[in-house]
Ligand binder design. Structure first.
Ligand SMILES: *Cc1c(COP(=O)(O)O)cnc(C)c1O
Length: 375
């Protein structure tokens, strides 16, 4: 049997909505499907203001522009993260200060972040790894005290909560991804959440090539022109049409993923109890959106051996995030301290196949092979 790591799920309405968008004669950005997607997020999660973008990377680039990051500024971010968590800030000339993960969770250690704060700290970016919330309250307290902005890389965190509050809606900015590997997809796609109303007007301008086109279309300006720096961060309304079809099925997609996640947790608990590997941790302040089911092996060698065993059996299990502070790009310029927890997750974390259309037979096969391996 072959079990892929991920497989695309289409809800069935995507083509119909794309066709409808084409029939409307308006396929560029900010059409009716873009509005519908933004209203979905603002309505369901009480986000102040949302902007559909072409990727989470672009959303973070918008955040970096809005925060007016410039050379001399420091931005603190976890090393166990995706390149796009920090690259947008590097593009603005910031110095990245890498924080370690918690010992038992890939999320950033807020106490370590605290030790890295300096008068030059302009922003702290956190990743809600696997859609599990970072402990935001202590971070917000630090941000008030030291006056830095908080950016949530919520790429994996759709429909996930911290103490009942939707992730992406807690910091100054939140950034989501609809890349094909996420729970809700549009191939490539993203969303910027602007929680601080002071930034809304400028966000409209930056997203529209530095023009006041959005205000013009609302009838608030009698012409539009170049008013600020910016770029083109808005997606075609056809992408939004695809995304809207996915969002309409959010509840059933989340329920199904949760069911698969919980089956893994239950079936693999004897192996976790025996100490062969650790399972995913969900702190009491966080919800679970079933984005990733991961295990943490005791060493790189254990992980390599298990992965090649699974591969021989047709199962694709993958790891990700090589510590950014040791990356080929950043490693040579890194002067900070050792980040042992980030390195540990880099070496030892393994993600098991999890996708909407995964069958019980496929999952039982994966579970059976893992049980065999350790018996
Ligand atoms: C997927 C992901 C991104 C990038 O999202 P894109 O939409 O592909 O730009 C950024 N950060 C994290 C944590 C991710 O998982």
């Amino acid at each position: 049997m072959v079990v892929p790591f991920n497989q695309q799920h289409y809800t069935g309405k995507e083509l119909q909505y794309i066709q409808d968008c084409m029939n409307s004669g308006r396929i560029s950005g900010d059409g009716k499907y873009t509005t519908a997607c933004q209203q979905f997020f603002e309505g369901k999660y009480h986000f102040k203001k949302t902007f559909l973008t072409t990727s989470c990377t672009d959303s973070l680039e918008m955040a970096a522009l809005l925060l007016q990051i410039e050379p001399g500024d420091e931005v603190i971010a976890p090393s166990y993260a995706f390149v796009s968590t920090v690259n947008p800030f590097v593009l603005r000339g910031a110095k990245i200060i890498f924080a370690d993960s918690l010992p038992d969770h890939p999320n950033a250690d807020i106490n370590h972040i605290k030790s890295l704060i300096s008068p030059r700290t302009k922003a702290v970016v956190v990743v809600h790894y696997a859609g599990v919330a970072v402990d935001m309250d202590p971070l917000l307290t630090l941000s008030e005290k030291h006056g830095f902005a908080v950016v949530e890389d919520a790429a994996q965190a759709i429909d996930a909560y911290y103490k009942g509050k939707a992730l992406g809606g807690i910091g100054n900015f939140g950034a989501f991804s609809f890349h094909e590997t996420k729970n809700i997809v549009s191939g490539e796609g993203g969303l910027l959440v602007v929680n601080d109303p002071d930034y809304i007007q400028r966000a409209e301008i930056i997203r529209e090539k530095g023009t006041n086109r959005t205000a013009f279309f609302r009838g608030q300006a009698d012409r539009y022109g170049w008013t600020d720096i910016g770029s083109s961060f808005l997606p075609s309304d056809m992408i939004a049409a695809f995304l809207y079809a996915q969002l309409e099925s959010l509840e059933s997609i989340q329920a199904k993923r949760m069911q698969i996640w919980s089956r893994y947790a239950k079936a693999l608990s004897p192996l976790m109890d025996s100490g062969y590997f650790a399972g995913p941790q969900i702190p009491s302040f966080a919800s679970n959106n079933a984005h990733v089911f991961y295990i943490v092996l005791p060493s790189l060698q254990h992980r390599t051996e298990l992965m090649s065993f699974l591969k021989k059996e047709g199962i694709s299990a993958v790891f990700h995030y090589l510590s950014l502070h040791k990356s080929p790009y950043f490693g040579p310029q890194y002067t900070g301290e050792q980040l042992p927890n980030s390195d540990k997750f880099s070496d030892c974390l393994l993600r098991l196949p999890l996708f909407f259309d995964m069958t019980t037979i496929q999952q039982d096969y994966v579970i059976g092979k893992l049980l065999d391996y350790y018996s």
